[in-house]
Design a protein around this ligand. Structure first.
Ligand code: RBF
Length: 161
């Protein structure tokens, strides 16, 4: 076991009871994104978040997550945002354009905005890979997004104290 405990990763989940969350969810591939949303909401509630402090807004596709997140940050006074989408590679170059566009723009909003934005975009070669990432085979990504949101809000608040 390492003696360098100073750098040990934190394993406790911060209390989420006073945190306000915005979740923006793409309707494309809703059989994936609805499960991600459900997992995220359950994890937030388990960490103490109040139902009335979880705002859920739907947008047509992952590309609309960009506008959805910036508007939510602007008007709803949330402490952190989770962007949820599922992009599955098809026969056209759309996959790359959508993934790159959304990733770059959410990264920009994340670094320049007032609240953390959690990147909850699954980008997979096929539907099977997406399902593996929600059914426990390769994680339950919705829960991970929720935990990341709580930790990043806690991080942000810790600097403002
Ligand atoms: N949106 C997604 O969230 N996931 C996808 O896999 C996805 N595939 C798309 C493939 C094509 C060919 C097109 C035209 C759009 C796709 N979209 C997808 C929708 C996209 O994110 C956006 O909603 C539309 O392009 C309208 O701006």
């Amino acid at each position: 076991m390492s003696t360098h405990t100073f750098f040990k990763e934190s394993t406790t989940t911060p209390d989420a009871s006073n945190m306000r969350f915005g979740l923006v969810v793409a309707e494309w591939n809703s059989h994936i994104t609805d499960v991600l949303l459900d997992q995220a909401v359950c994890a937030l509630l388990s960490a103490g978040a109040k139902k009335e402090n979880i705002i859920i807004k739907r947008v047509p596709g992952s590309f609309e997550l960009i506008f959805g997140c910036s508007e939510l940050a602007r008007y709803k006074g949330v402490d952190g945002i989770i962007a949820i989408g599922s992009v599955i590679r098809g026969d056209t170059p759309h996959f790359d354009y959508i993934c790159n566009g959304v990733t770059q723009e959410l990264a920009r909003q994340n670094s320049t905005g007032e609240v953390p934005i959690i990147y909850g975009l699954l980008t997979t070669e096929n539907e099977h890979q997406a399902i593996e990432r929600i059914d426990g085979t390769v994680g339950r990504k919705g829960e991970e997004f929720a935990m990341t949101a709580i930790k990043m809000i806690d991080f942000s608040w810790s600097l403002k104290k």
